[in-house]
Design a protein around this ligand. Structure first.
Ligand SMILES: [Zn+2]
Ligand SMILES: [Zn+2]
Length: 406
């Protein structure tokens, strides 16, 4: 999604500071984990990979060199990033003609050398409405996914170039991406530039691509937007849920990680930490989107992740009282917001509890009688398995035997 920001002054200041960082040789350094790292635990079955599959650089309409995207990804602790330039929309054409559309990928790959960040080759197929924009990742050659049969007379005329490139049917571009083994997803289907009311809707082109098995995912989150309509479309058509930054400027300007913000990312549940496993996880629909304080995913992916995030640290009767003190921990960046659905009431709160990121919270159940076990039952309010639908987690706690009988 294109951002319009007026930050000319800030651009100058940041330009100076970044100029001091790099001297045009060598790659980015591996980063030790910091508070800024986006951190979620693995599930029992899978590794949780943190990825941003939609970003831009100067090689289309972004405002930074690709290596800056690598630096940001390392600072955010991502496992993988893709720089997905618009093939057809090339506003910097006069300054950066780059006939080879793989340049952003190649530059990022060189910058990431020596780190364990995975750089995923990708691009953004860019058409007028109603087709709009589609990303494809895990491609082998971006040059094979666009064609300009009659270049405009003025090679630097951005609009004329875009219109020429749009002559090649989008169906053929999507087909070419698929032939390269690309994972294809529909970008910002709720973009107000296309849908003035912001309501995503299924278009003939996209339903045909889905029928052909050539459209595999959909952005339900892009930048600071979440779409319930896109989420429902994903469920109706079994598309992989994707959340991306679509960053054009700097992650730090858009999300202010120094103040606790973060870019939206897709958490991919993968069999191992590798590009192949990441790709397989995407095709299998094993994703959870991390957006603001929300975790959004299908029940089969989200519930195991929540079970890994939450843990009962301790549970015991308080002295000889019939009150059970319970400590629950949260091994994630999210502030977990929970609503009590069990019949029990709590001593110090109503039906709402919060667990801070990477922290614990305690609550005390007023047991009607001495119990050998107690089942806690919570709705996780900051998680969604469908629009307006929160997952429910139950957990049986066995109480220490010496405490059960008086
Ligand atoms: Zn984009
Ligand atoms: Zn776009």
């Amino acid at each position: 999604m294109k951002r319009n920001r007026q930050m000319a002054v800030a651009l100058c200041i940041m330009g100076l500071s970044f100029a001091g960082l790099g001297h045009g040789h060598g790659g980015e350094k591996p980063m030790p984990p910091t508070d800024r790292f986006i951190q979620f635990p693995d599930t029992d079955e899978y590794q949780t990979l943190v990825v941003d599959l939609h970003t831009h650089s100067v090689f289309s309409d972004g405002h930074v060199w690709p290596r800056i995207r690598v630096g940001e990804a390392l600072r955010d602790g991502l496992d993988a990033v893709a720089i997905t330039e618009h093939l057809e929309y090339q506003p910097h054409l006069a300054d950066i003609p780059h006939p080879d559309r793989n340049r952003a990928y190649q530059d990022a790959l060189a910058a990431a050398e020596g780190t364990d960040l995975m750089i995923i080759a990708g691009t953004e197929i860019t058409r007028e409405a109603p087709i709009g924009h589609l990303n494809t990742v895990f491609i082998t050659d971006a040059n094979g996914i666009f064609t300009v049969t009659t270049p405009p007379a003025d090679a630097s005329d951005v609009r004329a170039y875009f219109e020429s490139a749009n002559q090649w049917p989008a169906e053929e571009a999507v087909e070419a991406a698929n032939k390269q083994g690309g994972f294809v997803f529909w970008n910002h289907p709720f973009w107000p530039a296309i849908y003035p009311n912001g309501l995503a809707r299924m278009e003939t082109f996209h339903s045909q691509m889905i029928e052909k098995g050539q459209l595999h995912g959909i952005e339900i989150v892009n930048g600071d937007t979440y779409s319930e309509e896109a989420h429902q479309m994903a469920l109706d058509h079994e598309l992989t849920l994707i959340g991306v930054s679509d960053v054009h400027d700097l992650i730090d300007w858009d999300y202010q990680p120094e103040l606790g913000g973060h870019r939206p990312v897709t958490l991919v549940l993968a069999t191992e930490r590798s590009a192949d496993a990441l790709k397989a996880g995407l095709f299998a629909g094993r994703t959870v989107v991390w957006f603001k304080n929300m975790l959004i995913g299908n029940e089969a992916n989200l519930v195991p992740l929540l079970r890994s995030i939450l843990d009962v640290e301790s549970a015991a009767y308080r002295r000889d009282l019939d009150i059970i003190d319970i400590v629950v921990s949260n091994d994630s960046d999210a502030t977990i917001q929970m609503k009590n659905l069990s019949p029990y009431t709590f001593e110090h709160s109503g039906d709402y509890l919060e667990i801070p990121p990477h922290g614990t919270t305690s609550f005390s159940i007023k047991a009607p009688t001495r119990l050998t076990e107690v089942t806690i039952d919570f709705e996780i309010l900051n998680a969604l398995t469908a629009p307006k639908t929160h997952p429910r987690l139950t957990h049986k706690i066995t109480l220490p035997e010496d405490q059960v009988a008086r």
